[in-house]
Design a protein around this ligand. Structure first.
Ligand code: GDP
Ligand code: ZN
Length: 308
C-alpha cells in the first residue's frame, strides 16, 4: 500500500518521461527523480510513445504496470524511414545530436551529413565526435566540419582521451548519440557516465518481455546532470524530408549560399546564377558536401515517390 501511495504522489506531480521502450512496454521516469523507473504500457496500438516523450500515465488497481493515456506535444522527433520507406520515430524531444564516426568501421561521411541535416532541419544543435582517435587522427573530411561551424571533438572511449571535453560539451541538454553501429556510442556513454551511471530503464519488477526485447533507444541521466540517449546502430540513415526543396536547408553552408542564388527555387544543379555552384568552384563549399547534398536530394525524391 505504501508503494502505491508513493507512485500516486509521483503521478500527481506531473508528467512522466519515457526513458526506454521495449516493444510494447515502456520505462517511465520523472525528470526530478530519474533514478526511479516504473514500467508502463499503453491501452492499445493507437498511442505510440518513444524514448524522450512526455506522457500522462497512472497506476491501475491490481497491476504493476502503469497505463499511458496521453503523449504530450513533442518539441521534435528524430525520424528515419523504416525498411519500407515509411517514417519511423526513433526518439522525441531531443535537444542536441552527437554524431559519432571513427576510423574502424570506416567512417561514412555521407551518413554523418545526413544526421547533421536531420538536426539542422529539426532546429537542434549538433556536434561531431571522432571516436577511436587512438587508432587514427580525424581525417580532412572530419576536420572540414569545423570550417562549416560544427564542434568536432576527438575522443577515445578506450583510453579516455577527450572524454572530459565531450562531457563539458554535453552539459544542460538532452543529447542523443547517433552513428553507424560499431563506432562506439555505447562505449562513449559508459565512459561519460562512469560509476554515476543511472540505468533509468532498469525495472526491478520487469517482465520477461522487458528483459529480453532489444531496447530501441534508452535515456540515461547521470548525477552530474547530463542526459544521454543512445540509439540503435544503423547501417544507413536518411532523414525523412517532406519536400525535396528543403534538403539544402539541412546543409548549413549550402543554405547560407543559397540565399544569393538568382532563382528562389534554385535546385543548385545547372541553374544560371547559382551561388552554391559558385561556392563549390571557389572552394568555399567542399565538393564532398555538395555531392552529399545532391545524393540526399536524389534519395529524398525516391523516398517520397515510394521508389526506395
Ligand atoms: P556502438 O554500436 O556504436 O554502440 O559501438 P560500441 O560501443 O558497442 O563499440 C563497438 C566496438 O568498438 C567495441 O568492441 C568497443 O570495445 C570498441 N570501441 C569503442 N570505443 C573505442 C575506442 O575509443 N577505441 C577502440 N580501439 N575501440 C573502441
Ligand atoms: Zn543555387
Amino acid at each position: 500500500m505504501a508503494k502505491r501511495d508513493h507512485q500516486q504522489t509521483v503521478e500527481s506531480t506531473g508528467h512522466m518521461r519515457v526513458s526506454a521502450n521495449f516493444g510494447r512496454r515502456f520505462a517511465l521516469t520523472s525528470d526530478d527523480t530519474p533514478e526511479h523507473a516504473v514500467q508502463a504500457r499503453t491501452s492499445g496500438k493507437r498511442l505510440r510513445p518513444v524514448t524522450g516523450d512526455r506522457v500522462l500515465a497512472h497506476t491501475l488497481e491490481g497491476e504493476s504496470d502503469w497505463l499511458i493515456t496521453r503523449i504530450l506535444d513533442r518539441d521534435n522527433e528524430l525520424v528515419r524511414p523504416d525498411a519500407r520507406g515509411r517514417p519511423e520515430v526513433l526518439a522525441a524531444n531531443i535537444e542536441r545530436i552527437a554524431v559519432v564516426a571513427c576510423p574502424s568501421p570506416a567512417a561514412d561521411f555521407f551518413i554523418v551529413d545526413r544526421y547533421l541535416a536531420a538536426a539542422q532541419l529539426m532546429g537542434v544543435p549538433a556536434i561531431v565526435v571522432w571516436n577511436k582517435s587512438e587508432l587514427g587522427d580525424a581525417p580532412e573530411d572530419a576536420l572540414a566540419y569545423r570550417h562549416i561551424g560544427y564542434t568536432l571533438i576527438e575522443t577515445s572511449a578506450k583510453n579516455r582521451s577527450g572524454i572530459d571535453t565531450l562531457h563539458a560539451a554535453l552539459a544542460d541538454k538532452r543529447s542523443i548519440f547517433v552513428g553507424q553501429s560499431g563506432v562506439g556510442k555505447s562505449s562513449l556513454i559508459n565512459a561519460l557516465c562512469g560509476d554515476e551511471r543511472q540505468r533509468t530503464a532498469d525495472i526491478s519488477h520487469g517482465s520477461d518481455e522487458g528483459k529480453h526485447t532489444t531496447v530501441a533507444a534508452q535515456l540515461i541521466v547521470t548525477t552530474s546532470g547530463i542526459a544521454l540517449i543512445d540509439s540503435p546502430g544503423v547501417r544507413d540513415y536518411a532523414p525523412s524530408i517532406q519536400d525535396v526543396a528543403h534538403v539544402g536547408d539541412g546543409f548549413i553552408e549550402i543554405a547560407r549560399a543559397a540565399q544569393l542564388c538568382k532563382f528562389a527555387n534554385c535546385r543548385h544543379r545547372a541553374e544560371p546564377g547559382c551561388a552554391v555552384k559558385t561556392g563549390v568552384e571557389d572552394g568555399e563549399i567542399q565538393q564532398r558536401r555538395y555531392t552529399s547534398f545532391l545524393r540526399l536530394a536524389q534519395l529524398t525524391r525516391q523516398l517520397n515517390e515510394g521508389r526506395y
